[in-house]
Design a protein around this ligand. Structure first.
Ligand SMILES: [Zn+2]
Length: 302
């Protein structure tokens, strides 16, 4: 029952991001909106130098609406802040680090070059979110190192040349649906008390999140368990694209941010959590994240 309860809680943070199936008409609408709004990139927004809650005046009304909506929608009620597995809580539990399992839900081969690129890309993309919190309202880390501690695949043959000196553990374990998944004994989702005593490689080799790459999947999904994305899309974008926007959107869910398929915060038309409307993390996304941290921090005794 405990695990069923976790699944239900986790499903609150699950979304399907159907970018690839958008109709041409929808794409036109998005293009027009983008031209009108010109969102500010988070990594060049002067307002993010603020170290306390002081968002730009033109974002305040929308941020208030977003927060009220999330608190109304999320569980557990009446206090969604008690959910134990927001990304912030995972990072703090792991002392300022994030460990990943790569779920290779693919029949293709992950060469050493592909493995190395995924490792590098994860570090770069995760940093885009984590940098938003640096120096803000007691966030205790200036850098959040990302380590891939495990890979799961149908066969080790799909990882040619693998050996343990690569720094991660190979797993051929599967979830209840038969999909490759690193050992549950090592997974934060399954051990939210942070005890990994049965993890074969020890607690240092546990994983907080999974990057789940699935052949043929359009769009993505995200939650406290990690991020799921089409493998073809991830692999094709990872070598050339500065902002892996679907991954970034799904990671936003891991950190509590919501979807905007059925309403728009007042005045906000382009931001990464409104799927398809921005290709990078915007200033507005960043202040939505900061809103989470400033509310969660006191509940975490920090
Ligand atoms: Zn979403």
């Amino acid at each position: 029952m405990a695990s069923l309860k976790l699944q239900i809680l986790a499903s609150l943070l699950l979304c399907f991001n159907g970018l690839s199936s958008a109709s041409p008409v929808q794409a036109d609408i998005d293009a027009i909106a983008a031209a009108a709004a010109a969102p500010v990139r988070a990594d060049s927004a002067p307002s993010l130098k603020e170290t306390k809650w002081n968002p730009p005046a033109n974002l305040v009304q929308a941020l208030n609406a977003v927060w009220a909506n999330q608190m109304k929608k999320y569980s557990p009620r009446p206090d969604p802040l008690k959910f134990p597995n927001y990304g912030y809580k995972q990072v703090v539990a792991n002392k300022g680090k994030i460990n990943f399992c790569v779920r290779w839900d693919s029949k293709t081969t992950a060469t050493p070059e592909i493995r190395a690129t995924i490792d590098k890309v994860l570090k770069v993309q995760v940093k885009k979110w984590m940098d938003i919190l640096v120096g803000f309202d007691g966030w205790p880390y200036t850098n959040v190192p990302v380590t891939v501690t495990g890979w799961a695949a149908r066969s080790q043959n799909l990882l040619p040349g693998y050996n343990a000196s690569e720094g991660f553990t190979f797993y051929n374990t599967k979830d209840r649906d038969g999909i490759p998944q690193c050992s549950e004994q090592c997974g934060r989702f399954f051990h939210q008390n942070g005890v990994y005593s049965q993890c074969p490689g020890g607690a240092d080799k546990h994983y907080d999140m999974s990057l789940w790459l699935t052949d043929g999947m359009k769009g993505g999904a995200g939650g406290d368990w990690g991020q799921r994305i089409g493998s073809e899309m991830f692999l094709s974008q990872m070598k050339t694209t500065k902002d892996l926007h679907i991954f970034l959107h799904e990671m936003g869910h891991t950190f509590g941010l919501d979807d905007y398929y059925d309403w728009k915060p007042p005045g906000q038309t382009n931001f990464i959590m409104m799927a398809g409307s921005a290709m990078f993390i915007t200033e507005f996304d960043a202040w939505m994240m900061r809103d989470w941290w400033r509310h969660l921090r006191p509940t975490m005794g920090m």
